[in-house]
Design a protein around this ligand. Structure first.
Ligand SMILES: [Fe+2]
Ligand SMILES: [Fe+2]
Length: 469
């Protein structure tokens, strides 16, 4: 066996210090040249050192990535089941914050000598049990406690410790990565604390939330905390997931302020009255704005897809998380535009038709085809005309919002192609036909369309109109 000069760990100890061998005239020359250098730039006070090797750094970042990825998926699975408008909307945003944190960590892991396949293939049964227990919350208030006050807070603290403990010179990219993640965490954590306080002020039992928080904190301690390296406590018992494994909800929930309908996809039919003549600009305009507010159901659709296709392909999960945030934005744009148009947004009935059909679907490909291939493509067919008309009429409110929404929906259609490929092997024709059949069945069961033939499938255009975006 040959002796490697670098192999100094075990047998023969190498000298503790290696002498520096300066050549006197060169050393003196350097000192002379320095004297003639006129600039006093700011001193960089960072000290080289830090606690982690590349291997240990990567081990920790891998766990961070996994927690973030699981939180993105997990919050996605709850989007149908959160009734409160503000919480559903904000959760749509948070799904992307966690997805984007996972993306940044994944990139850094790749730079720390971990193959992307390995990053994506990482699983941890203890973290899974922790996250699924958090998801077994019996109310949205409990969900916020687990996601934000237990896991979110622990993650933020761990990121700050990592920033302090790693080498600020050699590992500066990790520090930058974690700082950027914390930029999203700060408003998210602040909002969550206020939201939980609002639930308590509104009558949710504070002690129940405290019991749940304590339970989850002990569970996190039992797996060694976020890094896995903290001293381990006993596993609390019983766990909710021991008696009942977590399954996502299937029914779209709305809070008491909403007046919902699902017996039709058409607003005038739902209202039993036309506010403006059919096909008039005024009618199309209001329909467009209402549809945006009612895209609260698109938060549900895309959020649910992340859960339903979890672990198939990280990029698709990430793209879905971004679309979920965009749809949360469309929802708030719609809500604000209704206000700006003089309405109380809650006086306008909320369309639940699409989400009622999509929610229980076990194969996400058909739900995705409906909202992406029919809904989003459908919007693009009419929106150009609407924007031109708004410009002609000096309708700045509609021109403004529709411009941004068009840009988003074009992006969704583009990303949707890749996501659908991950969801299904079906050819386009077959996918469209099967989607139309499934939605016909659902729309008939809701009474939204009448079935008068044995073999009857609603057209693509009808689906666009009835349950599209
Ligand atoms: Fe949208
Ligand atoms: Fe969209």
């Amino acid at each position: 066996m040959s002796t490697n000069i670098l192999d100094h760990n075990h047998t023969s100890p190498m000298p503790q210090t290696i002498p520096a061998i300066s050549i006197a005239p060169q050393r003196a020359g350097a000192a002379e040249r320095k004297k003639t250098y006129p600039y006093r730039f700011p001193r960089d006070g960072r000290l080289m050192g830090g606690k982690y090797s590349v291997t240990e750094n990567a081990r920790r970042l891998q766990r961070f990535f996994y927690f973030e990825r699981r939180l993105m998926q997990g919050l996605g699975s709850w989007t149908l089941s959160i009734p409160e408008f503000e919480v559903k909307l904000e959760t749509g945003r948070h799904i992307f914050y966690h997805g984007d944190a996972a993306r940044l960590l994944r990139e850094r892991l790749h730079e720390q000598e971990i193959r992307l396949k390995q990053v994506d293939g990482f699983r941890d049964a203890e973290i899974d049990r922790m996250v699924e227990e958090v998801l077994s919350a019996d109310s949205p208030a409990e969900l916020l406690v687990g996601v934000h006050q237990v896991l979110g807070r622990a993650l933020a603290t761990t990121y700050r410790h990592h920033i302090d403990d790693t080498d600020p010179v050699t590992d500066a990219p990790t520090i930058r990565c974690l700082r950027r993640i914390l930029t999203d965490y700060e408003p998210m954590q602040e909002w969550a604390d206020q939201a939980i306080a609002a639930y308590i002020d509104g009558g949710v039992d504070e002690s129940r939330l405290a019991v749940w928080r304590w339970h989850l904190q002990r569970l996190l301690a039992s797996v060694g905390g976020i890094t896995g390296g903290d001293p381990r406590g006993e596993t609390p018992s019983p766990l909710r997931t021991d008696t009942k494994p977590y399954v996502r909800g299937t029914a779209p929930l709305r809070d008491v302020r909403f007046d919902t309908f699902k017996n039709t996809g058409d607003y005038d039919t739902a209202d039993a009255q036309e506010r403006f003549p059919k096909n008039s600009y005024e009618n199309l305009r209001l329909r467009f704005i209402r549809t945006q507010r009612d895209e609260v159901d698109a938060i549900e659709a895309f959020g649910t897809f992340i859960w339903d296709i979890r672990f198939k392909d990280f990029e698709s999960e990430y793209n879905l998380s971004r679309i979920t945030w965009d749809e949360a934005r469309h929802t708030e744009i719609g809500h604000r535009a209704l206000l700006a148009a003089g309405y109380d947004p809650f006086e306008l009935r909320n369309r639940l038709t699409g989400s009622t059909c999509r929610g229980p679907m076990t194969d996400p490909a058909f739900a995705m085809a409906e909202i992406n291939l029919f809904g989003e493509v459908g919007v693009l067919k009419t929106i150009n005309h609407l924007i031109d008309e708004a410009a002609n009429r000096n309708d700045e409110l509609l021109r403004h919002i529709a411009g941004f929404i068009r840009a988003d929906e074009r992006t969704h259609v583009r990303k949707g192609t890749g996501i659908l490929k991950v969801m299904t092997n079906l050819e386009a024709k077959e996918l469209e036909l099967r989607t139309r059949e499934l939605f016909t069945e659902c729309l008939v069961s809701l009474g939204a369309v009448k079935s008068d033939m044995d073999v009857f499938t609603v057209s693509r255009e009808d689906i666009e109109h009835l349950v599209g975006e």
